[in-house]
Design a protein around this ligand. Structure first.
Ligand code: PMP
Ligand code: GLN
Length: 380
């Protein structure tokens, strides 16, 4: 049987590769981004209660209204902005599905989509499989800051979408207020849709403030915000998330959503709706992860790795050029196989696999795991 691949260049994602290698060699896994501690028992009990009380059939296509209302309240509380729960919010099977569905709903053949490299790995394949053309703009280590004049140069009548991600995976940097103003300015009077991946909105450190697109009225009108409960509530395996956009955009989104997933897990939606009644569950996340970041960095302060502390996310990037000039993918694999510590090499997210000798380490781990990892890093 013959078939022509729609994604001939795509291989197994680096997250699956490194997690499998970690397992095979019994290595500490700071590669794929997930916590190694338990989600709050209160949330697990709420989901279990929902299952026992009958939340086991299809949820409404857009999600349980109760959960959409809770999400809408969260936007009021955090950003003082309104998303109508009836029309502007859809509950999704994680952020990945939301991203894929947004791209499928709006990208026609030959449309161009601007992305910033290093880029989270699910954007490009979704653009390509829908016939679109990713236009990649490389950001430079260690600041990964955006040159908006260069972005403006890339915009043409073919540009249909710009994807941003703040706080940023994999670099741990953030976009500033000024960045968002620039984005607002260059997209003004265009038909460009902004896909704003904000899955790490609650992990932002040192008193910095998350700059959501919804804080900028003109941007809000053209934007989708994508969020992930898995990231926020330590249960990435539940694959629960949501997205928001003004009604007209959301209507197009739901035309695709209803046929690629229809609706998502009803018991989890009920549990999450009740759990969201207490804002402290997400408000305390920044302090919790800042402590982890600081602890991890204090443990490796005398190592040969160099770094700028992550401004957000639960990832810390470390530059290893004082240790070796090995290619980062090789170094990450050797570190897993020979030293027992798995990480993610950044070159796989860069334009032309540019190698800056940087590895990403996930610090969403117990202190004991971070200590064991630091012990390995310190002896290199
Ligand atoms: N966007 C970014 C930047 C991510 O890091 C991730 C995964 N961690 C996702 C989207 C996907 O989130 P989810 O697991 O909810 O699908
Ligand atoms: N978002 C996770 C990370 O950055 C990976 C999720 C996945 O494996 N697809 O590590």
């Amino acid at each position: 049987m013959k078939h022509i691949s729609k994604l001939p260049q795509v291989e197994t994602s680096i997250f699956s590769v490194m997690s499998a290698l970690a397992k095979q060699h019994d290595a500490i896994n700071l590669s794929q981004g997930f916590p190694n501690f338990k989600s709050d028992q209160k949330l697990i009990d709420l989901v279990s209660k929902a299952m026992n009380s009958g939340y086991n059939q299809y949820a409404p296509m857009a999600g349980l209204l109760e959960l959409r209302e809770a999400i809408s309240k969260k936007f009021e509380l955090l950003y003082n902005t309104n998303y109508n729960p009836e029309t502007d919010i859809t509950v999704t099977a994680g952020a990945t599905q939301a991203i894929y569905t947004i791209i499928s709903a709006f990208i026609h053949a030959d449309d161009e989509v601007l992305i910033f490299k290093p880029a989270y790995d699910c954007y490009e394949p979704a653009i390509k499989i829908n016939g679109g053309k990713p236009i990649a703009i490389q950001l430079e280590a260690p600041d990964y800051s955006v040159n908006w004049d260069a972005v403006k140069q890339q915009i043409s009548h073919k540009t249909k979408m710009i994807i941003i991600n703040t706080p940023h995976n994999p670099s741990g940097t953030i976009l500033t207020h000024n960045d968002l103003l620039k984005l607002q300015e260059i997209t003004a009077e265009t038909d460009i849709i902004v896909l704003s991946d904000e899955v790490y909105e609650h992990m932002i450190f040192d008193g910095l403030k998350h700059q959501s697109v919804c804080l900028f009225p003109d941007l809000k009108q053209r934007s989708f915000i994508v969020a992930s409960f898995g990231k926020t509530f330590h249960n990435t395996g539940w694959k629960m998330g949501y997205c928001c956009a003004p009604k007209a955009l959301m209507m197009e989104f739901q035309k695709v959503h209803q046929f690629n997933v229809f609706s998502v897990n009803s018991a989890m939606q009920k549990g999450l709706a009740e759990y969201l009644e207490s804002p402290e569950h997400y408000l305390q996340l920044t302090g919790f992860y800042q402590e982890k970041r600081d602890y991890f960095l204090s443990l490796i302060k005398d190592s040969k790795f160099t770094f700028q502390p992550a401004q957000g996310t639960y990832f810390q990037v470390l530059n290893y050029s004082e240790i070796t000039d090995d290619y980062d993918v090789d170094f990450a694999k050797q570190l897993t196989i020979k030293q027992g510590l798995a990480s993610i090499p950044l070159s796989v997210f860069n334009l032309g696999n540019k190698d800056d000798k940087v590895l990403r380490f996930c610090f969403a781990k117990t202190n004991e795991t971070l200590e064991k990892a630091a012990h390995i890093l310190n002896r290199l």
